[in-house]
Design a protein around this ligand. Structure first.
Ligand SMILES: *[C@@H]1O[C@H](CO)[C@@H](O)[C@H](O)[C@H]1NC(C)=O
Ligand SMILES: *[C@@H]1O[C@H](CO)[C@@H](O)[C@H](O)[C@H]1NC(C)=O
Ligand SMILES: *[C@@H]1O[C@H](CO)[C@@H](O)[C@H](O)[C@H]1NC(C)=O
Length: 142
């Protein structure tokens, strides 16, 4: 079924390697409001890739999906770094069973029956000094 997909994920994640801004350490970051960040932010590129990896891990689609657009991205400094992202993911031509590790080698499906895009909301909270990620929400719908 291609309907609503809601994933609640809690996992260890050192892979993102997100670091706190210079000069801040445990307890020193004032809780802040979310603020917009550039779609070209290098950390954001990793965050949206993580969203796609989670989606692919959970989906039973025969093909891999990858990020195809970022509509809005916010970062919030609150006991770590929180990212709140609205993005689109689209079906690629890569078969899941081929176990392709690098999504940048996977082109999007051409126009046709297999072309599909989902609208997703992703929230991830990275706590660098504990090397972990908490409360990841990935909610995708057609
Ligand atoms: C943040 O980005 C969204 C979407 O691009 C925009 O609607 C909103 O006005 C922006 N907010 C600020 C404070 O720039
Ligand atoms: C991938 O999915 C499996 C089964 O649902 C789960 O046990 C595993 O933790 C997931 N891995 C990631 C990185 O989400
Ligand atoms: C994926 O492939 C691209 C293009 O070949 C390369 O620039 C990038 O470093 C690769 N990423 C990983 C994680 O291997």
């Amino acid at each position: 079924m291609m309907g609503v997909k809601t994933l609640l994920l809690v996992s260890l994640l050192a892979a993102l390697g997100v670091s706190v801004p210079a000069g801040s350490h445990r307890g020193a970051i004032m809780p802040g409001s979310p603020y917009n960040i550039s779609r070209n932010d290098p950390r954001l590129q990793q965050v949206v890739l993580t969203a796609a990896y989670y989606y692919n891990n959970q989906s039973n689609d025969a093909f891999l999906f990858k990020p195809s657009a970022i509509q809005e991205a916010q970062r919030q400094l609150v006991k770590g770094v929180r990212y709140i992202v609205d993005l689109q993911i689209s079906r690629t031509v890569c078969h899941k069973r081929d176990n392709n590790k690098n999504l940048s080698h996977c082109d999007l499906q051409p126009a046709g029956r297999l072309q599909q895009t989902f609208q997703c909301h992703f929230e991830v909270w990275l706590i660098p000094w504990e090397k972990k990620t908490q409360t990841q929400v990935l909610d995708c719908r057609a």
